[in-house]
Write a protein that binds this ligand. Structure first.
Ligand SMILES: [Zn+2]
Length: 143
């Protein structure tokens, strides 16, 4: 996995977290299209209409091996995104990363009961994230 990091967050920590998540996705998705030579571009979130820059976002092309993660300049304790309200910073990054991986698999946005925001496949991994990923286990810090 190639991580092109344009932020002050630690590249090795980010790669470790992404690799852990991708490993779980590969395990579950099995023979379904496998992502080869994945590249993750990491940039800072910019303020956009009606939204503050302090949230975690991303984007990816459908059926690609390339995705972008957008991180806030400052870490937050709790996200303002309603359906992620109980996720810590690292869990939020993992949740968004798996969302973008869903796009890489060719998954478009769907509405899932109990999730106000649009999902690709991260709802299927919410429990796994809560059990296996945390800021304590996978700290994401600035250099
Ligand atoms: Zn999306």
């Amino acid at each position: 996995m190639k991580v092109i990091n344009n932020t002050g967050y630690d590249t090795k920590q980010l790669r470790t977290l992404f690799a852990r998540c991708l490993g779980e996705v590969r395990k579950r998705e099995g023979a379904r299209w496998q992502i080869q030579k994945q590249a993750v571009n990491v940039i800072y979130q910019r303020k956009s209409l009606g939204k503050s820059a302090e949230w975690i976002g991303g984007e990816a092309f459908l059926r690609s091996n390339y995705l972008t993660m957008k991180l806030p300049h400052e870490k937050f304790e709790k996200t303002i995104v309603q359906d992620k309200a109980n996720l810590d910073f690292t869990q939020c990054i993992a949740d968004t990363y798996i969302h973008e991986i869903g796009h890489c698999f060719g998954q478009k946005h769907i509405r899932v009961e109990g999730y106000p925001a649009r999902s690709t496949m991260e709802h299927l991994y919410r429990e796994w994230i809560l059990e296996n990923i945390s800021e304590e286990k996978y700290p994401i810090t600035k250099k």
